[in-house]
Design a protein around this ligand. Structure first.
Ligand code: M6R
Length: 601
């Protein structure tokens, strides 16, 4: 999604803004632009495509000490130079992340007052509205206060005005924005990686707050212009987190971090005793129903979570995609817990689903990676995964950490419901300790998965099949493959194939079958035989020892308790997707049309 950076200080702003934009590239974008004040004038330069195209148009030594930059992921209007940000109207120039929902209404009103527009964006309308209010108020803070009362929708705005060439302003509602402080000057940004090279001290701007930023000072106001004090945060990770550490791609680096991520996430909530689980998850005792709501891969962890919670906790779980849930009739009540899952904590649909549950006074829990993100701040209760900064658009380590949380929840609920007896409980505890090593070993077998990828990467479609929890894993494996390799891939419940989809199987069609659930193993094997008989090229991934010649390729994973197994199962499939995409020369960390954080509906 769009990225914002702004700087005012003692040093030249253009190099800082370009660096900030590069650090936000992982969010996805299709044009970039910058506006800065030089010799008393606002200059705006923007270009379609990658930041490198913009860089070619800039003089990095230009005497400019205040500026704003933007990477745009097209929503209103195609990706072109005119629609790229910043947008200027009258005395103001702004960059914007989010959607001004009432922009059509505002546009009509502004056209009647003599404004005309060059772009198709809601941002230009917002800028004109700010300019129009300023003509009456003649004060920027009063103008922005009024604007926050007029704009509907989600926005993070970075604002400069030619009447105050030494000040940068920011307002936000729903879309994320931080304000950062350094000795050489101060920043605004959509996310921490954009400012890490310069400072690790930052404030989180909350909904409907206004920030005024000058070279030496940052001041915050609420919507009614009452000054507010804010706590400063320190980002503990180093700049290294934003670097690849020698790996060719962030995705590969992040896959390789998964043993540590598992350990960090588990250790935060579990010290090897049932008491630690009781302390952290006792709050779940009162719920008789659970709704899990999320998008994309986070939704897939919810599918695994549903299977585990129902099986071990004996609690019915409804898992839904957030973009559907937010608009549907929900049958929750005081006995229901709504769990939202999100790596970024900013996904617009998940946030809206959370707000809906909150409005209906339903208890909410968020499983989130990004500390202080919008979802984390709104939910009644938060469980942070400890995945660290995830840069690759295709999630891997955050997915695995979310699974780790669902494992802990299921162990606790299984203990409570007595589905898990003492002996089994201690066996699971022992296996949890071994998991980082087993995760590392699974990653270290990458060459065997890469060899399979080399055989199938030219295919136009690849199927995944599985039953029960293995079907949930198939969904994620299929998404991973298609989002980074652009190969059409579908995941099916293995038993459902014969009801239609099997007609697509022809000679050498790759079918990746997952069979780790011992109760369903024989059933899945029968389905494998069905596709094999129709010429499929079968890749089987299982924790069982296979005696007969069932498949063309076999990936053996370690046999652990079902509560932990899907954590191991996904790893070869992440690496397989990675290598298929690499062989196809795809942009692995930034797949086309995708954004890391989907902050629009
Ligand atoms: O930040 P979130 O976890 O809320 O993001 C949800 C999805 O947009 C995300 O998982 C997406 O599907 C990824 N590209 C998957 O790799």
């Amino acid at each position: 999604m769009c990225g914002i950076i702004g700087y005012v200080g003692r040093e030249l702003c253009i190099p800082k803004i370009i660096h900030g934009l590069q650090s936000l590239e992982y969010r996805g974008y299709d044009s970039a632009g910058i506006a800065y004040i030089s010799k008393g004038k606002i200059k705006t330069i923007k270009e379609k495509g990658k930041i490198i195209n913009l860089e070619k148009l800039l003089n990095f030594d230009e005497e400019a000490y205040l500026g704003i930059g933007h990477t745009r992921w097209a929503t209103h209007g195609v990706a072109n130079k005119i629609n790229a940000h910043p947008h200027s109207v009258g005395k103001f120039t702004i960059v914007h992340n989010g959607i001004i929902e009432n922009y059509n209404e505002l546009k009509e009103e502004l056209i009647n007052k003599g404004y005309n527009f060059k772009s198709e964006t809601d941002t230009e309308i917002a800028c004109a509205k700010i300019d129009e209010i300023y003509k009456q108020e003649k004060d920027i803070l009063k103008t922005l206060s009024k604007a926050t009362k007029v704009f509907r929708g989600s926005y993070a705005l970075g604002i400069i005005c030619i009447d105050e060439p030494n000040s940068l302003y920011a307002i936000r509602n729903t879309s994320p924005l931080i304000v950062a402080k350094s000795n050489e000057g101060n920043f605004i940004a959509s996310d921490v990686p954009a400012i890490l090279k310069f400072t690790n001290k930052y404030f989180l701007l909350d909904d409907l707050e206004i920030a005024k930023i000058t070279m030496d000072k940052v001041t915050f106001y609420n919507q009614d212009l009452i000054p507010i004090d804010k706590n400063i945060n320190t980002f503990e990770g180093s700049v290294e987190v934003a670097l690849k550490n020698g790996y060719e791609h962030f995705m590969l680096k992040e896959i390789n971090e998964q043993d540590k991520v598992f350990k960090d996430t588990i250790n935060y909530y579990f010290d090897g005793t049932i008491d630690s689980l009781k302390k952290n998850f006792k709050f779940l005792d009162k719920y008789k129903k659970i709704d899990i709501v999320a998008c994309g891969s986070a939704y897939h962890t919810g599918c695994v979570g549903k299977y585990l919670i129902e099986n071990y906790g004996n609690i019915p779980v409804n898992v839904e995609v957030a973009s559907e849930y937010r608009y549907k009739k929900c049958f929750y009540d005081k006995d229901t817990l709504v769990i939202v899952v999100s790596q970024s904590g900013e996904t617009a649909d998940t946030l809206a689903a959370l707000k809906k549950a909150k409005n209906d006074k339903i208890d909410t829990l968020a499983i989130v990676n990004v500390i202080g993100s919008s979802i984390a701040r709104i939910a009644d209760k938060v469980i942070y995964i400890k995945a660290g900064c995830e840069i690759a658009v295709a999630t891997t380590k955050a997915y695995l950490a979310q699974l780790a949380i669902f494992s802990l929840i299921s162990i606790y609920l299984g203990y409570k419901s007595k589905e898990i007896k003492d002996e089994e409980l201690y066996k699971i505890f022992k296996e949890i300790k071994q998991m980082p090593k087993l995760i590392k070993n699974t990653i270290n077998n990458y060459e065997s998965y890469f060899a399979i990828a080399d055989k199938i990467y030219k295919n136009k479609q690849i199927f995944f099949i599985g039953r029960g929890i293995d079907y949930a894993t198939s969904l994620e494996a299929s998404l991973k493959l298609k989002e980074i390799s652009y190969i059409n891939s579908v995941a099916y419940q293995a038993g459902e194939l014969k009801h239609g989809t099997i007609s697509l199987i022809e000679k050498n069609t790759p079918v990746i079958a997952i069979a780790t659930d011992k109760n369903l193993f024989e059933k899945t094997i029968s389905n494998i035989k069905e596709v094999k008989a129709r010429g499929a090229y079968v890749i089987l991934i299982s924790n069982e020892v296979i005696k007969e010649q069932l498949c063309d390729e076999f990936i053996k994973i370690d046999d652990v308790h079902p509560i932990l197994e899907s954590i191991l199962t996904i790893i070869p499939l992440q690496l397989l997707a990675y290598k298929v995409a690499k062989n196809n020369k795809c942009d692995i960390d930034k797949p086309r049309n995708l954004a890391k954080s989907v902050t629009v509906e």
